[in-house]
Design a protein around this ligand. Sequence first.
Ligand code: C2E
Ligand code: MG
Ligand code: MG
Ligand code: MG
Length: 287
Amino acid sequence: HADQAMYKAKANGRDNIVHYDQELGEQLRETAQLQADLKDAVEQAAIVPYFQPIYDIRTGEIRAFEVLARWRHDTRGFVPPDLFIPLAEDLGLIDRLSETLLDESVRELLDWPTEAGLSFNISPTQFSNSDLARRIATILRRHRFPGRRLEIEITERAVLRDINQARNVIAELAAMGVKIALDDFGTGTSSLSTLTQLPISRIKIDRSFVTDIATASQNSKIVSGVLALAQSLSLNVTAEGIEHEEELIFLREHDCDCGQGYYLCRPVPASEILKLFDVPKAQAAAG
Ligand code: C2E
Ligand code: MG
Ligand code: MG
Ligand code: MG
């Protein structure tokens, strides 16, 4: 019996190893396939911009549209950007992807009856590239799109990689009239020193703090504190991820100037934008 048990254990062990190998192999194959698909998608410009309005919550006007990359995979459906953006960075595809998205977004925006701007996300690796401002300038010039209508969203992670490099890039962008927003504010480290060391014009309060501000006392203290801080530093503030009316009311009462979120409008493809101008969500945002 002991022999039998031992034999069984060994067999199981071996079996598990074989199984594990198969699983790992499958995962690797899947990742390799996704990488290959991503490369094709970038080359064929199959990753498209969606647009989420950012409202001035005091007037209800659309201030800007945040560009959010959307990749609809043939078999997987929508792949989340939190997954494919880092992959594109690793594969060296991010510059190409980003340029296509910005070019397409500017082209779209210029077709709409609005003076609103674009808010465009840039990854940390792109921000480390000394070519960034020149690349952006080329696209803006192609469309005669004024730099003052563009805001670049960066995270603290991007800034903290190399603060001197960040300062240079921001100065180059500022010379073109392009402004800088600090995205996901509050989720990184040393938020406060970043604010005073760099000419940032806006902070975007991360969704995790906006959730339930009207009821969760911790979040409401954090957000009202951040809003007071922003005011004393003359920074504009956008609150992300507004999902309920009570959150919007709280933010308005605490002098937050801009907001975005599913309660106001979800990210939509360009084909659905014109509807927003027909039935202005302005009323909802202005309360
Ligand atoms: P982010 O820049 O912080 O964008 C906000 C995210 O919150 C978006 O997710 C948006 O769809 C989502 N969102 C907006 N309102 C609400 C709401 O009320 N509730 C909830 N639960 N979510 C809301 P998305 O589109 O999945 O993008 C995730 C992240 O991927 C972005 O975070 C950004 O960091 C990155 N990303 C997206 N597009 C690009 C891009 O073109 N370039 C780069 N570098 N990064 C991008
Ligand atoms: Mg963003
Ligand atoms: Mg954000
Ligand atoms: Mg985020």
